[in-house]
Design a protein around this ligand. Sequence first.
Ligand code: GNR
Ligand code: NI
Length: 167
Amino acid sequence: MALLPILRFPDPRLKKIAIPVSRIDDTIRKLAADMGETMYEASGIGLAATQVDVHRRVVVIDVSEERNELRVFINPRLTCCEGLQSGEEGCLSVPGIYDKVERAERVAVDYLDLDSQPQSLLAEGLLAVCIQHEIDHLDGKVFVDRLSQLKQSRIRAKLTKQAKVTA
Ligand code: GNR
Ligand code: NI
């Protein structure tokens, strides 16, 4: 296992669109395991491959209290959404920034598991938010893109400045 470096907004690589996984092999299984380790080490509830500069449609999520329910989603796709919820989001690629984002309250997601089996899941609440946040990453979007232009430019300026002093 290995910890992977996490890209930070506004790194342009966070805008890349990830391509579907065509075969789930040892490389993909190792990627998922390393992403899980990286997510736990960073105390996140989810991580998309895009954030570790791998542009494949792989997501890991664990929204459990005990941090012992790792879920791996390969090629996740929303098949339906209902309702609306609005909650504070954060992102491991946008450290120290939290803001309200509107998301669907309930989603259905189709995906492949690590044994290449097709699965469907109905999710609500925080799990539903996290699935939507991670699929956004695979599509080259971060939650900041869903905020006003004014907030986006403030966040960009703050993190660009921070990157300079910590370089
Ligand atoms: O750790 C995370 N917490 C979080 C909180 C509210 C909404 C979404 C998230 S996902 C985030 C981890 C992350 O950046 N995943 O891409
Ligand atoms: Ni994120």
